[in-house]
Ligand binder design. Structure first.
Ligand SMILES: [Zn+2]
Length: 368
């Protein structure tokens, strides 16, 4: 779906703004202008990734014109058409990508802003030039009259800040400019909370390839030889919670799984053997007593249990991910299995106790 082109500053100039700074969002705008029709830009395909029975809610309720929406494609087609047709006619194709960013800022709202819930499409069509000008100048004073526009542009600039924040960490990443701001923000939150994790990733030479065609249709992928975590273009369509889980799962392969091996990566060390022994018990019955959470289009909680039951490496990666992103839920799962009233085999309880000891030992070595 997404392709990368070299960007050209001419597009920004053609919008009639005064000198324009090179913001990542504008690079996307230029790429868009180079290769896609506006109508294609507003429609991003993804499956809704929340709301399955038993799921832990990973997604906020978003709204568009007062109706709850889960994704961009849930914005009514009529509204999308109204925006794209009008923009294409009045402003040229390049505005389509910026309109998508504006829609994103409006529906992906953490509740801090009171985004208008009526006539949102009309607001975009009418004011996009003014918003783009203020955004590209990074100057909110360019918004003269309307508090709603101010909040939208403020949010877009905040998104840019998150992109800059990730850049400033100097991790080895590629195509981060193609990742949505809400997902970058989620990743930054984790890194800011665990600054030593940043050091670990750098020292270990782990690279992140966002929007990678290598992982297309897989969700995500880790390649040991190149020490590269690949996230598929579709991963960015997931909610921030699922996006982070995919990322951390692959980082589990890159970090925790490797640390359970001896240097030649074929033989488990002592802790690795303990973790493996626990897995051989927990994997019985398709991993019935394992722990699984929603990974969006990659798998339901039950599917994640089966996946871990099938391969030890996946149990390593997934367990690490849960330990980092949902530590409380993981512990609650184990505590519930230990409740005396529960009819859970003792060897399952013992296996979980051992697995948790290993996870608790290694997580701080990686996260600090
Ligand atoms: Zn995996």
């Amino acid at each position: 779906m997404r392709t990368q082109r070299s960007s050209s500053p001419e597009v920004a100039a053609s919008q009639g703004s005064a000198p324009v700074r090179q913001l990542p969002g504008l690079i996307g705008l230029q790429q868009a202008a180079g290769n896609r029709a506006v109508s294609g830009l507003l429609v991003r395909t993804r499956q809704a990734d929340a709301g399955r029975p038993g799921d832990v809610p990973v997604q906020r309720v978003l709204s568009w014109c007062g109706k709850p929406v889960a994704a961009y494609e849930d914005v009514p087609e009529e509204d999308r058409n109204q925006i794209t047709t009008a923009l294409e006619r009045d402003c040229g194709k390049a505005f389509g990508e910026f309109a998508r960013m504006v829609i994103g800022a409006m529906i992906d709202d953490p509740g801090r802003y009171n985004v208008p819930d009526k006539g949102a499409a009309g607001i975009i069509v009418k004011n996009i030039k003014e918003m783009l000008h203020a955004y590209s100048m990074q100057d909110l004073s360019k918004i003269s009259s309307n508090n709603n526009l101010l909040r939208i542009v403020e949010r877009l600039l905040e998104n840019e800040k998150h992109r800059g924040d990730l850049e400033s960490k100097n991790l080895k990443t590629s195509r981060a400019g193609l990742v949505s701001a809400r997902n970058i923000r989620k990743f930054n939150e984790l890194l800011n909370k665990n600054p030593k994790f940043v050091d670990y990733l750098k020292k270990a030479g782990i690279k992140i390839s966002f929007s990678s065609s290598d992982a297309r249709n897989l969700g995500s992928l880790y390649v040991h030889d190149s020490k590269t975590v690949h996230l598929s273009p579709e991963a960015d369509e997931a909610s921030p919670g699922v996006f982070l889980r995919l990322l951390l799962h692959e980082m589990g392969h890159a970090s925790f799984e490797r640390m359970l091996m001896n240097t030649d990566l074929r033989i488990l060390n002592e802790d690795g053997r303990v973790f493996h022994d626990a897995w051989t018990v927990l994997r019985r019955n398709d991993g019935r007593y394992m722990f699984g959470l929603d990974l969006g289009y990659v798998g339901t909680p039950d599917a994640r249990k089966v996946y871990q039951a099938q391969r030890f490496e996946e149990f390593c990666a997934e367990s690490f991910m849960y330990r980092v992103t949902e530590s409380d839920l993981l512990k609650r799962h184990v505590n519930e299995l230990n409740e005396p009233s529960k009819d859970v085999p003792q060897d399952i309880r013992d296996a979980w106790s051992k697995a948790i000891v290993i996870l608790d030992k290694y997580a701080p070595l990686i996260l600090g």
